[in-house]
Design a protein around this ligand. Structure first.
Ligand code: GLN
Length: 487
């Protein structure tokens, strides 16, 4: 398990080069059975790696320029919802099967400017809709260690690729939990920063008031570093916030277990409901006890509107999705199959184009179109917005008393392939603990803390106040240190 820091040390010592490392990852990817990647950009990546390898010797005297290029020669996987100039970007949909975008997402540009190498595009649920990565037009992704299980979704390709060592780190996106859930199922770290921290320019939209980009990594330190590199205001995305980005990497590096003294850790009572796996509950409670033993102040808090989170999310997310996905009409965006050219009416044309959506995407377009239709808007989307406001206020009140909150990421560990795919409601409930932080736009993380009796990972969920990634990373690092080898 190699972290960015370890890799840079190996480069410094001449034990590896960006080119060797990149080739090694391509070999591992090709030998793997996980279906984690949709498209590889081998020639592009090897070219980047060659330049970085030459520069390391000639320009930098064999020492990685860590300050100037903190991701020097680090091979990454990119979720296939982010555009890259000249590289096929499918969003795991037949609708975009052959789409080659003419521009690159800001987050990817920033990573590559910092020296990162993009290996390819990672599999995901179609248009990021799902919790198991079974909704991909390119087939499901397999869990990194248990081949009968799902990796979680929608960033399942990212979760598996990092855990199975097919890349050093990956980008995921999170609308209601899609970074944190697969991170938890796959036993890695996943971070969703505050809404507005990272530009979404080049991220194919699902639900715009919720969508966010974030890193999926092996350690908290790597997550902090990637987030720091990607954050900041971008004039191409008006929703980015002009808020100072601290050195989260330094925070992760400098945090010690003893820094937990006096940290006020909130435990939302509504997150410890019936129906959570006993092993998940015990693992989370065990970690809370460890935090307490080291000097954290454990404070029960209440988030009274949690019970409405999933229902409200599924009104907002599907409504925004139906609007965002209307652009795939076969004229402006989306494949136009030859049959569509035979269509005699506009409706017939649309029918022949939009069959290319998978069934979960269609379900959401239909629900969202209904929720937004005239006469229903006030009853659904508007009402959901009002409930969302109450949920935000719940968090604001609770954060008067605590610095961070902790909970399970999900009620269960990774479930079996096919186990929930026939029952959308059951599937939707896997995000019950991650959705509220998305609704409130708060920074949140998943950190592995334990394994269940089958060896499946259990993640702890941490939530911090808006724009306080610093305290989130500090707490996450402490949890990581306390988890030690039990994860
Ligand atoms: N599982 C949730 C959904 O299907 C969240 C997805 C996401 O965060 N992209 O909407």
């Amino acid at each position: 398990m190699k972290t960015i820091h370890e890799i840079h040390n190996a480069f410094d010592l001449g034990k590896s080069t960006p080119l060797e490392l990149t080739q090694q990852f391509f070999n591992q990817i090709k030998a793997s059975h996980h279906n984690a990647f949709i498209t590889l950009c081998e020639a592009r990546a090897l070219n980047q790696a060659q330049i970085l390898t030459d520069d390391l010797k000639l320009k930098y005297n064999g020492k990685v320029p860590r300050t100037e290029k903190p991701l020097y020669g680090i091979p990454l996987g990119i979720k296939d919802v982010l555009t890259m100039d000249g590289v096929r970007t499918t969003c795991a949909s037949k609708m975009l099967e052959n789409y080659i975008p003419p521009y690159t997402a800001t987050a990817v540009i920033k990573l590559e400017n910092a020296g990162a190498i993009s290996l390819g595009k990672l599999n995901m649920d179609e248009f990021a809709m799902g919790s198991s990565n079974e909704n991909s037009a390119f087939g499901p992704v397999i869990h990194p260690t248990h081949s009968d299980r799902v990796p979680g979704g929608s960033s399942g390709g990212s979760g598996t690729a990092v855990a199975a060592n097919l890349c050093v780190a990956a980008l995921g996106t999170d609308t209601g939990g899609s970074i944190r859930l697969p991170a938890s199922f796959c036993g890695i770290v996943g971070m969703k920063p505050t809404y507005g921290r990272i530009s979404r320019y080049g991220q194919i939209a699902f639900a715009s008031s919720l969508d966010q980009i974030g890193p999926m990594t092996k350690t908290v330190e790597d997550a902090a570093l990637l987030c720091e590199v990607m954050s900041g205001v971008d004039d191409k995305d008006s929703t980015t916030a002009d808020v100072k980005v601290d050195s989260w990497f330094k925070t992760a590096r400098d945090t010690k277990v003893e820094n937990v003294k006096g940290l006020r850790v909130g435990v939302p009572q509504e997150y410890f409901i019936d129906g959570i796996d006993a092993e998940v509950k015990n693992a989370i409670e065990g970690m809370i006890q460890k935090l307490k033993a080291e000097g954290a102040e454990i404070i029960p808090v209440t988030l009274p509107h949690t019970q409405y989170a999933v229902a409200t999310y599924y009104v907002i997310a599907v409504s925004e999705a139906s609007s965002n996905l209307s652009r795939y009409d076969g004229v402006r965006f989306g494949v136009r199959p030859p049959e569509a050219m035979q269509a005699r009416t506009l409706v017939d044309f649309y029918k022949k184009v939009r069959v290319n959506f998978g069934s979960e995407v269609k379900r959401r377009i239909i629900l969202g179109t209904f929720a937004l239709s005239s006469g229903y808007y006030d009853a659904y989307y508007r009402k959901a917005g009002q409930v969302r406001r109450l949920m935000r206020t719940d968090f604001e009140n609770a954060f008067q008393k605590v610095d961070v909150m902790v909970s399970p990421v999900s009620p269960s560990t990774a479930f079996k392939l096919g186990e929930k795919s026939k029952d959308p409601l059951k599937m939707y409930l896997t995000d019950i603990f991650t959705i509220p932080a998305s609704m409130a736009g708060l920074p949140a993380m998943s950190v592995p803390v334990a394994k269940d009796h089958q060896g499946l990972s259990i993640g702890m969920h941490l939530i911090a106040p808006r724009f306080n990634e610093n305290v989130l990373i500090k707490a996450a690092r402490i949890v990581e240190l306390l988890a030690g080898d039990s994860k």
